[in-house]
Design a protein around this ligand. Structure first.
Ligand code: ES4
Ligand code: ZN
Length: 326
């Protein structure tokens, strides 16, 4: 069997997917029509043509505009259900999904509408296919820590519907330490902790995510190789990196996929994983990320096996379930 076939068919876990980033242009238009929301784009094609990003912020502006069509619990269900079907087709057996409540509550959508719709789709996938999924609530780092605390307060009645918290949105100028107190509270609550760091931001943000926020995984983290001591620490402590190759390409973190440092990360002994980030915006779901990365880099069969294994190792599955996948 070809290596391409192997990477497509191997069982895998996805650990870095923003559910709002799975909203396809076709669904954006369908929901805009259903909800009578006006869009600044005349057609699906015109919207897709706007997906020419120069950096993280230029993407975020369009991503938040796209999410504005989400109003009802059914909208959040439909978006999540579409993603789960796509993930299943890519042999994703387990997925840990980010959601951004503040993107919706600031527009007047209730927290319950967001989490109930997303969570219902996860329950349905488990019941129908035995696929497992869990939610990680992200705080928007361009907003204040006070806003994050208010969001955590709104989330507490739904504590059983999410397993952890993360930190996303504009990285530069919004260092991890801005959220030190809210992450400390989340740790007390027994939540898992992750943060985006070292995507566009410097390796120092990876260090403060670990030292100040005490996160268990780093989302992206690809800039860690600029700091040899940090790289050694990440390897020694087996801190997973949830790497998103097509995201890095589309947001111009790298110029071409053959410039990606994934192989160096693996060779340094890091627990690196491949993930899709915002698949509707970056041109691909899990297997697109795997296939294109394997075509661009001299990765071998052993790397495919390592990446699949890393994805389960890095997951927040309970120890006995994890053991079965390793
Ligand atoms: C994101 Cl690629 C990326 N980086 C930071 N925040 C995000 N939210 C959605 N996608
Ligand atoms: Zn992300």
């Amino acid at each position: 069997s070809t290596l391409r076939n192997i990477v497509q068919k191997m069982p895998k876990a996805e650990l870095h997917i923003h559910i709002e980033g799975s909203l396809e242009p076709e669904l954006i238009f369908a929901l805009a029509e259903r909800n009578l929301v006006a869009l600044n784009y005349a057609s699906v094609d015109e919207l897709r043509r706007a997906y020419a990003f120069t950096d993280l912020q230029s993407f975020l502006d369009i991503y938040y505009a796209g999410a504005s069509v989400l109003l009802t619990e059914q909208d959040f269900f439909d978006m999540t259900w579409a993603y789960l079907q796509r993930a299943k087709a890519d042999h994703v057996l387990h997925t840990e999904i980010f959601f951004d409540p503040q993107t919706h509550t600031t527009r007047g959508v209730a927290f319950s509408t967001v989490i109930d719709g997303i969570h219902r789709a996860l329950r349905e996938a488990r019941a129908r296919w035995g696929m497992s999924g869990a939610l990680i609530m992200c705080f928007l780092r361009h907003l204040s820590e006070e806003d994050a605390f208010a969001t955590l307060e709104q989330a507490l009645p739904y504590r059983d519907k999410f397993i952890g918290v993360g930190l996303d949105s504009s990285e530069r100028g919004n260092p991890p330490e801005k959220f030190a107190r809210v992450f400390a509270r989340c740790k007390e609550l027994g939540l898992h902790l992750v943060a985006h760091a070292g995507e566009e931001g410097p390796p120092a943000y990876i260090e403060t995510a670990l030292d100040v926020l005490q996160v268990e995984r780093i989302d992206h983290g690809v800039r860690c190789l600029e700091d040899a001591a940090l790289t050694r620490r990440l390897a020694r402590d087996k801190i997973p990196l949830t790497v998103c190759p097509l995201s890095n390409l589309k947001l111009r973190v790298i110029d071409k996929l053959s410039d990606h440092n994934l192989l160096q990360l693996l060779d340094a002994g890091l627990v690196a994983t491949i993930n899709s980030d915002d698949p509707a915006y970056f041109g691909g779901y899990m297997n697109d990320n795997f296939v294109q990365t394997f075509e661009a880099l001299p990765l071998q069969r052993k790397h495919a096996q390592q990446l699949a294994r890393n994805s389960f190792f890095a997951s927040f599955l309970d120890a006995s379930t994890k053991q079965k996948y390793l």
